[in-house]
Write a protein that binds this ligand. Sequence first.
Ligand SMILES: [Zn+2]
Length: 233
Amino acid sequence: MRQLLLSWNMWWCGPAISMEASNPETVGGMPPKLPKKPTRMPTCIKCGGKNIEGAESCSQCRWPFSRRAWVTSDKKIQRITLDTGCINVKKQNADLNTLERWAAENRIVLERSAAMLQELKGNARIEKAQSLPGHPRIFNLGNALGDGVLAGPDIPKDLQKILFPTARPLTTKQRADIEHLRLHIRTGGDVFVTLNPRDFIRRGRQAVFASFGVWVMAPKELVALLRDLNGWH
Ligand SMILES: [Zn+2]
């Protein structure tokens, strides 16, 4: 196994996070970028705290960076952003059905990003998406007015380097993928749920995201985790 190392300027201290490619042959035939800088400490997406590489959870806010850390954490998965492909109009995805049932029981909240409505096609899908709550309004510490959530970091370039490191230029779909995840992080969501593992999960992406607290999962993974953590049926 060889390591694909990505380095990028994170929002305040520019860590380089290692990205393990489980199958190098699938890395689009492109040679991996060699690390130009030594690996630095990843910063937590929730609080900005610095952590040692490989930390299971944030040393400051305790937000989990590993699946195992969820088991002992007092943090809860509550706000879930649905990717565009997760608009389950025909109710044919059993795991999305389960998430929708838990949302109806007020155990979790399923949200959509503002970018979703622009990307969706088909009246039934748009109608269903409109029935989901949008992301909450955000505010920054400098202009804290009214309700909403404290803004998380705005890191589109970092996301692009993880999701589409070699794409030049980005396609419309790729730009939309980045925008959905950007808004999820910006609005402080807990888990981003997608049915597009190729772009969001595989080739080490899920582990890289989790290493600084961004949780990207398939519906099946999230249902299994919530069952494990909460004993829900
Ligand atoms: Zn933290």
